[in-house]
Design a protein around this ligand. Structure first.
Ligand code: NDP
Length: 249
């Protein structure tokens, strides 16, 4: 898939952070980007920016936890773009807390969005790739999908699940359907992710981190995705572990 001109991507979590940066990057490379999230105002703003830069974007209202919402958005994208060549499963949230705080609603939201949501979008988009015998799936895991950190236990569990699913998916659909699978594993990225943390101590700890090191930007992750997409068809970048130079852990 070295030439991306005319390809169609579905990007979840496109209303901010890594997803928005990747949408801009892929649109610049000639990809029609289906930008999916719940906040439509943010998506409309992003679409305007992409169009001003000469790219093409299709706004998709999507709650990844709702299979009907996912199916409707995928149908809308395919109606306008004819297929899906690239799926970026990126929507996620990280409301951190200690397990013995029993923030059970937040645990469930992380499982529903980070894991089940990713399965929902994969189930809806993959048949188009299988039908055309080509495609590339990117899943946003994390450094928390490689190691476990105290205070991030449930988040780590969901991201380990994403890492495991990505590797199994790669084994099942690579040779059989000619579809590449890349698991993206970033360290700290400067986005809105920390705004979801309701625990004041955990929130402050994450905010303090910003003063201790230079975070990655969403665009840094977008660059790695473009690199994997532009690799020759026989090359599958299975995992990409992208860290701030100053992140010591
Ligand atoms: P942001 O908070 O900026 O973006 C999260 C995105 O997820 C938003 O676009 C949000 O859109 C979307 N989202 C959340 N819930 C839902 C839902 N139910 N349905 C659809 N979309 C949803 O954070 P990031 O850009 O940092 O996060 C992107 C991914 O990167 C996440 O999976 C995160 O876990 C991962 N990651 C982030 C790191 C970091 O340090 N920032 C490090 C490693 C991994 P909306 O609210 O409009 O629906």
């Amino acid at each position: 898939m070295a030439n991306l001109e005319g390809k169609v991507a579905l990007i979840t979590g496109a209303s901010s952070g890594i997803g928005a940066a990747t949408a801009r990057k892929l649109a610049n490379a000639g990809v029609t980007v289906g930008i999916a999230a719940r906040r439509l105002d943010r998506l409309e703003e992003l679409k305007s920016q992409i169009e001003e830069d000469g790219g093409k974007a299709i706004v998709l209202e999507m709650d990844v936890t709702d299979i009907k919402s996912v199916e409707n958005a995928v149908a809308h994208l395919v109606a306008e773009g004819t297929t899906i060549d690239i799926l970026f499963n990126n929507a996620g949230l990280m409301p951190l807390s200690e397990v013995d705080d029993f923030k059970i609603d937040e645990w469930h939201r992380m499982v529903d969005v980070n894991m089940k949501g990713l399965l929902n979008t994969t189930a809806a988009a993959l048949p188009y790739m299988i039908a055309q015998k080509s495609g590339h799936v990117f899943n946003t895991s994390s450094i928390a999908g490689r190691k476990v950190f105290k205070g991030l236990t449930v988040y780590c569990a969901t991201k380990h699940a994403v890492t495991a699913f990505s590797d199994g998916l790669r084994m099942e659909i690579g040779k059989k359907h000619n579809i590449r699978v890349t698991c993206i594993q970033p360290g700290a990225v400067s986005t809105e992710l920390y705004e979801q943390i309701s625990d004041p101590v955990a929130r402050q700890q994450m905010e303090d981190l910003r003063k201790q090191m230079t975070f990655l930007e969403g665009e840094d992750i977008a660059n790695t995705i473009l690199y994997a997409l532009e690799a020759p068809a026989h090359v599958n970048m299975a995992e990409m572990f992208i860290m701030p130079t100053q992140q010591e852990w």
